[in-house]
Design a protein around this ligand. Sequence first.
Ligand SMILES: Cc1cc2nc3c(=O)[nH]c(=O)nc-3n(C[C@H](O)[C@H](O)[C@H](O)COP(=O)(O)OP(=O)(O)OC[C@H]3O[C@@H](n4cnc5c(N)ncnc54)[C@H](O)[C@@H]3O)c2cc1C
Length: 559
Amino acid sequence: MPHVITQSCCSDGSCVYSCPVNCIHPSPDEADFARAEMLYIDPVACVDCGACVSACPVGAILPDSRLTPEQLPFAAINADHYPPRPDGVKVPPTSKLAPVLPAPRLRGRDLRVAIVGSGPAGMYAADELLTQSGVRVNVFDKLPTPYGLVRAGVAPDHQSTKSITRLFDRISAARGFTYYLNAEVGHHLSHDDLLEHHHAVVYAVGAPGDRRLDIDGMGLPGSGSATETVAWINGHPDFADQPADLSHERAVIVGNGNVALDVARILTSDPETLAVTDISDAALRELRNSAVREVVVAARRDPADSAFTLPELLGLVAHAEVVLDTEDHALVRRDLGTAGDAGTIAKLEILAALPDSATESTRPRIRLAYRLTPQRILGGARVNGVEFTRTGSGETSTVDAGLVLSSIGYRGAPIAGLPFDDAAAVVPNRAGSVVNPVTGRPVTGAYVAGWIKRGPTGFIGTNKSCAMQTVSTLVDDFNAGLLRDPAARPAALARLVRSRAPGVVDAAGWRAIDAAEVRRGAASGRPRVKFTSVPEMLAAADSARPARRFSGPSRRTGA
Ligand SMILES: Cc1cc2nc3c(=O)[nH]c(=O)nc-3n(C[C@H](O)[C@H](O)[C@H](O)COP(=O)(O)OP(=O)(O)OC[C@H]3O[C@@H](n4cnc5c(N)ncnc54)[C@H](O)[C@@H]3O)c2cc1C
């Protein structure tokens, strides 16, 4: 009874290392790891030990006998990743042993590292650093709540993916780890402040902006980005006052990556299925009153070029009504005749089986549309449609809509005091060490991990190998004596942060916010009801420690 990896795979790779027979690929050291849409278990080699089930932080692995009907296609998707073998041969000829990555070995003691950002990259970097004794890690986040896009990006109906926070909770409870939440680097504290108190600073600040769709009419009321909508749906305090206008029966999303599918799915879901998630209450209210009957997900290119991944498409068609126009069905059939790789063929086969948009719909639906290049957003006081040209021809068409969202990618932002590659929107770096692009020399003590290092691609777990590489570079530099000892004593940091950011929230404060949110959700069977404003969060944090919000590092760590 082999095990199967399903939709919520986060590519963290923990399963790879736990597997005693090396039957999970691609592993982080294999060339196709960075491109893979998920990891796959070889059903022939799997010995059914279940080690991967315990190791998986998001509950994505099941024995094949326990797959739900919607998950059944994943058995074939896992198996198709591996070549056929003669009877009795278990391991593909190309298989190597799972890599045992060398843990960075610290020489000397008392390495102090500031990590800016408590999203996946920051948390995985902290985890990797804290495998060594003698390391102290101070994690800063500008919000009073940690976990970056896991809290504010991952869709609320993907709760099993959000359960990666249990792993992050364990990391933050480790000896040597201290939170400084609600403290923004670049505002309350500078890079130089952090270097006064640490040997190194790892920036894991993600990619907070979005690539703007630069056409006339963007900016009209009713236009916006999927980035903002996702943040509003997830209760990010900076976006609580930016509701999507759902008063028109059609919305258009420009771009067809996984984020576009997330937004389309949420906008067409039965609100009562969302009412048992941690979706923001304000978003839930708007969705209950929504007039939206159709969300058009418009792509410039062909079906074979669809940016969404196969697991997300499978999840979408299992839970939403998804249709295609007749002419897009013809494009799918044409692409099926020429597509070469198995993943693209699998996506096209799913698209080919979708109903035609002429079919009567009984519930809000998603229409995947192709070869549409947006020219301008139409409207006066507010949006009333989008004008497209058929990609590759001058033929124009108009789609009526009251909401137009661009979903063409996230974008990193410059960090004060560090170089920035504006074209790639990342901080230039060599294996995580920030590099001055003019001199080609490293910027002493500055490191990056996650989306600000490699751009906004990959899954939650992709940030694990990314952060491990950065930590390995940092520890090598420390061992080689390239990092300056911090001038300030460890105890001085808490005082500095409190003086600059009086609202700073520590681990106890976050636990109080967390517990209050979970309590608010318990009555209605929800995992939590989020606070969506910073003052509410701070009030909850204060309720744990009425005298002072930040208690400083624990005596245990002495940091
Ligand atoms: C909408 C959406 C849905 C996604 N869904 C999935 C999914 O279902 N499964 C999956 O595997 N992956 C998913 N991903 C991808 C995954 O979320 C990312 O790979 C991951 O979050 C990137 O991690 P990061 O740490 O680089 O950045 P982030 O998660 O963005 O974390 C950055 C952190 O830095 C903090 N910060 C920023 N600037 C500062 C500053 N100046 N001072 C202090 N703190 C600062 C931010 O507040 C934030 O907490 C999704 C991504 C998006 C956008």
